[in-house]
Design a protein around this ligand. Structure first.
Ligand code: NDP
Length: 325
């Protein structure tokens, strides 16, 4: 059946400006790392993506290697666009990335000009797009001269293959250099993608958030639910259809008794606030003024809809913040 986007799709979502740029992003964005590869039935991926768009989630985040198999998520995005979403292309903000292992040989990984340029061309082909809205260097490459990586990013924008540039998971010093290099070359960095959640405060502790804030750049948090740990998923065992049961990126040995205690404590606090743990975890990330958006994953449309309600969250009191720790 021909997809017709909901008329009410912009009524409930809040949009935040990405630093001092012209770009507004939904406070909740959708990540396609999981649930968009060959292991997931197409209809389920479609339901999640279209539910997202119907709720004003206009930002979809991909990478060259998302799958399984690597490349499969972008191919699926291409199919979704062809079948349903292409009429809405100008309402969408699509990102992809390169720098993790993608194909064999010396050019299939890291951040040389050769890898970044070839990888983005492959991504565009898989998605059937002429350009992406945002292209990230997915990780810091200590062996490639920074100027080579950054000039490639500048040239990607100049060639019209991406509208904006982002940086993901780079340490503070090279990030500082990247921000100034890109500004000097009139292709300002738009946004940094890093992991900030109730269990991992690294971007705060390492000074990344403070740097971005002083430079007026955006920040988007990946894995804001710690891959599902910060939900009710693992409170009473490991469900057979969960990411942990799959055991690739979230292993059972990560769920130590101490961590489970902490999650149960957080769950009680969420209940006292009248929220699910997932909603409280997302509201907590979004309360940071430096954060533009949370990049959630979902294995069902029900999870996604539940998570979107974090936008209705009451502010945290000082007592609640102290209890969260
Ligand atoms: P989350 O931390 O949001 O975890 C998503 C998982 O949590 C879901 O797949 C689901 O797991 C579970 N979940 C979500 N909502 C609920 C709910 N309401 N109730 C119960 N369980 C729930 O994010 P991801 O780790 O998936 O990462 C999000 C995105 O961030 C990625 O898709 C990607 O775009 C980006 N990313 C970027 C990285 C980078 O290096 N730049 C690294 C990692 C991610 P289950 O499958 O068990 O149901």
């Amino acid at each position: 059946m021909t997809y017709q986007a909901s008329d009410t799709r912009y009524q409930h979502m809040a949009y935040a400006r990405c630093g001092k740029s012209g770009v507004l992003l939904p406070k909740v964005s959708l990540g396609m790392w999981h649930n968009f590869g060959e292991a997931t039935p197409y209809e389920r991926s479609r339901e999640i993506a279209l539910t997202a768009f119907d709720h004003g989630v206009v930002h979809f985040d991909l990478a060259n290697n998302y799958g399984p198999i690597p490349g499969a998520a972008e191919e699926r995005m291409g199919r979704l666009l062809r079948n349903d979403l292409l009429p809405y292309r100008d309402e969408l903000f699509i990102s992809t990335k390169a720098a993790y292992d993608m194909w064999p040989g010396p050019y299939g990984s890291w951040a040389s000009r050769k890898h970044l340029m070839a990888s983005l061309d492959q991504s565009l082909q898989r998605m059937g797009l002429e350009y992406v809205d945002l292209f990230y260097c997915h990780r810091y490459d200590p062996s490639t001269p920074l100027d080579e990586t950054l000039q490639a990013l500048v040239d990607i924008v100049r060639r019209g293959k991406a509208l904006y540039i982002g940086i993901s998971r780079w340490p503070l010093e090279p990030l500082r250099y990247a921000i100034s290099y890109l500004a000097e070359h009139a292709v300002p960095m738009l946004i940094y993608q890093g992991r900030l959640n109730l269990l991992d405060r690294a971007p705060e502790q390492e000074g990344i958030l403070a740097q971005l804030s002083s430079e007026h750049k955006g920040f988007i948090s990946f894995s804001p639910l710690a891959q599902g740990l910060l939900t009710d998923r693992y409170l009473n065992g490991i469900p057979s259809d969960s990411r942990m049961a799959e055991g690739r990126f979230l292993r059972t040995d990560m769920l130590t008794p101490q961590l489970l205690d902490r999650i149960r404590q957080l769950n009680m606090l969420a209940q006292q606030r009248g929220q699910t743990l997932a909603q409280m975890a997302l509201s907590w990330v979004l309360r940071h003024p430096e954060v533009t958006s949370v990049l959630v994953g979902a294995s069902s449309k029900e999870q996604l809809v539940q998570n979107l309600q974090c936008l209705e969250s009451a502010p945290f009191s000082d007592e609640e913040l102290a209890a969260i720790g």
